[in-house]
Design a protein around this ligand. Structure first.
Ligand code: AHG
Ligand code: MN
Ligand code: MN
Ligand code: MN
Length: 314
């Protein structure tokens, strides 16, 4: 078969790549099921109702119809996968137990549609997934066995790691995920910064840190979508995303299980770092499924500098 236009030199599809990486059959199956589910989420994003669902989520936040629909798509796929025992979702009030026998099974925590409020203005959004061995998800993220995100942008891309490096797959015209980047590595320091939250609610230390980034010539790149904002920093290997503690929200906004642990896992696998300002994100023991945390994530030197500013060592 000749090279399709726009195809990559790899032409390796997702399942074949996973098998070549000697990943266990159950984990290969789970990752492929997540990839398959994302195709239905894409369809929902492109054609689904943009209105509100009239319900609220685990955090008491108003849900959009797309939040509920994409959550149902992910949950159905995972519960029928045959390899999942527990499911936690940013959009579900409580844990969904598929089976009480965790033997050989995984637990999955996901944000089915991060940035859902951006769909009605046609900005990029994504699905974020963290994978644990066995039943317990309230353990430090460092014990995860894998993480994935799918980015619904001009192209649909899937970025994953199971602890053997970070890989990007891009969806082709046949809706197959083919390998487009292997063993993604980040630079020690970068020149992009993505500051979440209202600037007027920044604490003096965070204000000083932003000024440090600006003084070193960093460019502000912030879309308001966690997945595209992280994807840009990860793939360019360049920069830092922060959503710090604000004067009125000491825990920040982003959710530890559904957003921060999976992204911290991927960024650390690519040689970057992620902290809450004191402790690595992956070393935090979640106090509950709804835990939020401040976050500084990206190039390791930029993250370390944030820690210095926050601990008065700048
Ligand atoms: P979600 O759509 O899953 O509720 O999450 C949105 C998050 C994340 O995508 C982004 O980084 C952050 O909200 C942006 O928050 P602000 O609009 O306060 O900057
Ligand atoms: Mn989210
Ligand atoms: Mn969400
Ligand atoms: Mn939401």
């Amino acid at each position: 078969m000749g090279k399709e236009p726009g195809t990559t030199k790899f032409q390796v599809d997702f399942r074949r790549h996973l098998r070549d990486q000697n990943i266990s059959g159950n984990l290969v199956h789970l990752l492929c099921e997540i990839a398959e589910a994302s195709k239905y989420v894409i369809n929902a994003v492109r054609t689904g109702d943009l209105g509100v669902a009239g319900t609220s989520n685990l955090y008491g936040e108003e849900q959009l119809a797309l939040d509920v629909l994409s959550d149902r798509i992910m949950r159905k796929r995972l519960m029928h996968s045959g390899v999942v025992c527990n499911i936690a979702s940013e959009e579900m009030d409580e844990i969904f137990q598929v089976t009480s026998n965790p033997q050989g099974m995984f637990s999955v925590a996901y944000d089915p549609l991060d940035g859902s409020s951006l769909v009605d203005v046609n900005l990029a959004v994504g699905t974020i997934v963290g994978i644990y061995q066995g039943a317990d998800m309230l353990q430090p993220g460092r014990r995860m066995v894998g993480a994935v995100y799918i980015l619904y942008g001009p192209r649909v891309s899937l970025v994953y790691s199971v602890g053997k490096g970070v890989y990007e797959f891009t969806m082709n015209q046949l809706m197959e995920f083919t390998l487009t980047r292997e063993d993604i590595r980040m630079k020690p320091s970068g020149n992009i910064y993505a500051p979440g939250g209202l600037r007027k609610k920044y604490t003096p230390e965070n204000e000083r840190y932003l000024r440090y980034l600006e003084d070193k010539g960093a460019k502000l790149r912030y879309s308001g979508g966690f997945v595209p904002d992280i994807n840009q920093i990860l793939l360019k290997g360049n920069g830092i995303f922060l959503y710090p503690a604000l004067t009125d929200t000491p825990q920040g906004k982003l959710r530890l299980l559904f957003e921060l642990n999976p992204m911290a896992y991927l960024v650390e696998q690519a040689g970057g770092a992620a902290t809450d300002g004191t402790t690595p994100i992956l070393d935090l023991t979640p106090g509950g499924y709804d835990q939020r945390s401040p976050v500084y994530i990206g190039c390791r030197d930029d993250v370390e500098k944030a820690r210095e500013f926050l601990n008065g060592n700048d």
